[in-house]
Design a protein around this ligand. Structure first.
Ligand SMILES: *[C@@H]1O[C@H](CO)[C@@H](O)[C@H](O)[C@H]1NC(C)=O
Ligand SMILES: *[C@@H]1O[C@H](CO)[C@@H](O)[C@H](O)[C@H]1NC(C)=O
Ligand SMILES: *[C@@H]1O[C@H](CO)[C@@H](O)[C@H](O)[C@H]1NC(C)=O
Ligand SMILES: *[C@@H]1O[C@H](CO)[C@@H](O)[C@H](O)[C@H]1NC(C)=O
Ligand SMILES: *[C@@H]1O[C@H](CO)[C@@H](O)[C@H](O)[C@H]1NC(C)=O
Ligand SMILES: *[C@@H]1O[C@H](CO)[C@@H](O)[C@H](O)[C@H]1NC(C)=O
Ligand SMILES: *[C@@H]1O[C@H](CO)[C@@H](O)[C@H](O)[C@H]1NC(C)=O
Ligand SMILES: *[C@@H]1O[C@H](CO)[C@@H](O)[C@H](O)[C@H]1NC(C)=O
Length: 674
């Protein structure tokens, strides 16, 4: 009897259990995962992975990567019976590469497809690419947790939450914060704090209202949502949709995690049980405290070391002293020790001095370990302002690779100065070939190849890399020649160091007189058009063998402005008069010389929109497009001939052209201004 009872009890339990799993299997409209154990019916994509403890990691610190996770079954959003409402909440964490410096973000998405293989990382968060962004055929709803401010998408801040429909440009967004249930005040949150945070997304079909609510995991859901936006999803959602997450890194990276996820199509989603969520990996959760400990330990160790080893060593250490901060740990491979650079350049001896550019002295060196030839630029700089951002930027610039760019190898920091390490260019800078009597002058074939090379390097910076990079100081002295006399652009992006951190309202104009576009001196805003202007001045310089602005031998304000002179030659139908007399016996290809001179004028047009893009410049140089006849009417080339820029000439002349024998016309305003 007892046995029979026990068997039937087992049987009943079995029935009960199997009916539960049956109902779960059939009803895919709601699920809750307090941690993603046993793969949790997610399908992963990109570099996403689930840790053994159930933590879903979408991205790690690898750059330009994407990680996605979808609930593997499609959900039915039936438009005819108005069942578009849904409710979801999840807990996420973003642990940046360096305190407060990470990217790009996480998006919760509803999409008709799980295939995003053609989508891009970085600012596109793995959802779209340049050609698909904004298309109504995407049918993608995304709630983004975005930690990078992209001007291209009119992002409101670095640290924001947005509702995006088919596009990376948000239909509604707000800085990350929540409204306290007690006082009703707004409390800011830092998405990249490294701590877990809770996000709720609720859509009500009847009200057509989409609510997004953010909070720390330590408090219940706030009553007031962060975003409450009327949205009609019936135009966006299709019958069969996937739900999930997409996350991406760019030139900056963060570890992006999802700790738990609850989703419901038939009622409010149950809130996650925070106590049951998997913990984050410990070592990178919070950086400040351990690094404090390390600093203290280091100071203590240094103290002991110093007292033991005495004054001789103190002096020696001082000699090689560097500034190294916690946030630089990540850039380890790009960091050179000062001691090595000191050795490489024989103690920055004058005999090793290669030149003095706009930003500092450049020395030749040979790295003791590898015998690699390098060039070291010493830039004096007060190291507090904007240094973190700048180092992140130069490290990302170290990834720029093009045969017409001088490769940046790394950096080192000391008190009051920054050292930048570049590939060594055995033939020095182009201006020495153009103007110095010591160097043989370059023939036309070489000059044309250099112009074409520099154009292709600049095109790469403007249009072919993952981000638009402005050079901001294109000029002959920034073009270096490698062993085969190929032109390579150097010093890109360096100008930015100087207008960061300073008052944004009074952006200083950075660049070099004679190469500065008229609008740049007015607005202070550098653009690809202002780079093209400088490139135009550069082309004329190479073809004519003259500097963009030359002082007469004894004159003060009587400068010769190259653009004016070339356009004058052109107006009287004798443009070839402008060619460099040192190209002996007019030894050049006439069509090419005419092309370079005219293209130089066109790039120097006073109106930015009238200048060609670098892509077009490249097409003209390659003969893939014909340069139209230049407009003869009231076309104004250069900075001085246009009325709107008439104030320009007085500016550089009065400020930069202080008659001083030590100052060449390629000195930058910056140095004069300081
Ligand atoms: C995954 O889905 C199947 C079918 O719906 C279900 O039987 C199973 O329990 C789910 N697994 C998890 C871990 O949720
Ligand atoms: C990130 O994850 C990918 C795939 O799991 C792995 O290949 C890569 O080494 C990881 N990168 C870092 C920085 O951990
Ligand atoms: C959508 O809802 C309508 C009305 O309830 C129903 O007739 C139709 O079969 C549903 N469609 C799907 C694909 O379930
Ligand atoms: C709408 O139709 C779907 C599919 O037939 C069904 O699952 C859902 O319960 C229906 N919703 C309403 C509100 O009738
Ligand atoms: C963007 O993605 C679409 C499809 O997803 C693809 O056809 C197109 O070639 C991609 N464009 C670029 C520039 O990658
Ligand atoms: C909180 O921010 C919202 C905008 O998101 C604003 O409307 C509201 O007035 C703010 N509340 C307080 C108390 O500052
Ligand atoms: C959205 O927020 C508004 C304003 O707080 C509230 O009235 C509404 O009920 C919320 N809707 C949902 C679906 O949570
Ligand atoms: C979904 O909503 C229904 C009805 O309110 C509720 O019974 C169920 O527990 C919810 N499921 C989840 C996972 O939130």
């Amino acid at each position: 009897m007892a046995i029979v009872l026990r068997i039937s009890l087992h049987f009943l339990i079995f029935l009960y259990v199997s009916s539960i799993s049956l109902s779960l299997a059939q009803d895919e409209n709601n699920f809750i995962y307090n941690g993603f154990h046993d793969k949790a019916n997610l399908s992963l994509d990109g570099i996403a992975e689930i840790h053994p403890n159930g933590l879903l990691q979408l991205t790690n610190l690898s750059r330009q990567e994407v990680g996605r996770a979808f609930y593997q079954f499609p959900l039915n959003f039936n438009t005819t019976n108005s069942s578009l409402s849904f409710s979801t909440n999840f807990v996420f964490a973003m642990v940046p590469e360096v305190n407060n410096l990470g990217g790009h973000g996480i998006a919760f998405i509803i999409s008709p497809s799980r295939d995003f293989s053609r989508a891009q990382a970085n600012r596109f968060l793995g959802l779209f690419n340049i050609s698909t962004n904004g298309l109504s055929t995407n049918h993608v709803l995304a709630i983004e947790l975005d930690t990078v401010q992209d001007p291209e998408f009119q992002d409101i801040a670095m640290n924001h939450v947005g509702i995006n429909v088919n596009s990376m440009k948000s239909v509604a967004s707000a800085p990350a914060m929540y409204s306290s249930n007690k006082g009703g005040e707004n409390i800011s949150l830092d998405l990249m704090s490294g701590n877990p945070m809770h996000l709720w997304i609720d859509y009500d079909e009847a009200e057509k209202l989409l609510n997004v609510t953010l909070a720390p995991t330590t408090i219940p859901k706030p009553n007031r949502p962060l975003l409450s936006t009327s949205t009609d999803l019936s135009q966006i959602l299709l019958e069969s949709m996937y739900v999930g997450f997409s996350s991406a890194t760019g030139t900056l990276a963060s570890d992006h995690y999802i700790l738990g996820w609850s989703f419901n199509k038939s009622g409010p989603s149950q809130s996650l049980d925070v106590s049951r969520l998997p913990p984050l990996p410990r070592e990178r959760k919070r950086k400040e405290k351990p690094s404090h400990m390390i600093t203290i330990a280091l100071i203590a160790a240094a103290f002991v070391w110093i007292t033991v080893t005495g004054a001789a060593y103190i002096l020696r250490r001082k000699k090689y002293e560097e500034i190294r901060e916690d946030w630089e740990e990540e850039y380890g491979p790009h960091r050179f020790s000062y001691k090595n650079l000191h050795k490489a350049t024989k103690g920055f001896k004058d005999t090793e001095l290669l030149g003095e550019g706009g930003f500092g002295k450049v020395y030749r060196g040979i790295l003791p370990s590898s015998n690699l030839q390098i060039a070291v630029k010493r830039v004096s700089h007060d190291s507090k302002q904007g240094m973190k951002e700048f180092v992140a930027e130069i490290v990302s610039m170290g990834r720029l690779r093009h045969r017409n760019l001088v490769q940046l190898l790394g950096y080192c920091r000391r008190r009051g100065e920054l050292l930048l390490v570049y590939d060594y260019m055995p033939n020095g800078s182009l201006d020495q070939f153009l103007y110095s009597n010591e160097q043989p002058t370059l023939n036309w074939v070489q000059r044309f190849r250099i112009i074409r090379g520099v154009a292709s390097g600049l095109l790469y910076l403007h249009e072919e890399w993952e981000q638009v990079v402005l050079h901001r100081d294109v000029k002959a002295s920034n073009v270096l020649l490698d062993a085969e006399l190929n032109g390579r652009l150097g010093d890109f992006g360096l100008a930015r160091l100087y207008d960061r951190g300073t008052n944004p309202q009074t952006t200083r104009v950075v660049g070099t007189v004679g190469y500065l576009a008229p609008e740049l001196t007015r607005t202070g805003r550098a653009t690809t058009c202002s780079d093209v202007f400088a490139f135009g001045a550069f082309m004329l310089e190479v073809a004519c063998g003259r500097k963009p602005i030359e002082l007469q031998a004894q004159g003060l304000a009587e400068g010769v402005i190259l653009v004016d002179w070339v356009s004058e030659c052109w107006r009287r139908g004798a443009i070839l008069d402008a060619s460099d007399p040192r190209l002996e016996g007019n030894n050049y290809v006439v069509e090419e010389m005419v092309l370079i001179l005219k293209l130089g004028l066109l790039c120097s047009h006073a109106i930015p929109a009238a200048r060609p893009s670098m892509k077009q410049v490249m097409q003209f140089l390659d003969g893939d497009a014909d340069l139209q006849e230049l407009p003869h009417d009231n076309a104004s080339f250069g900075a001085s001939t246009s009325n709107e820029a008439s104030d320009f000439m007085s500016f550089p002349f009065s400020q930069a052209y202080v008659p001083s024998s030590s100052m060449s016309s390629t000195d930058s305003i910056l140095r004069v201004g300081r």
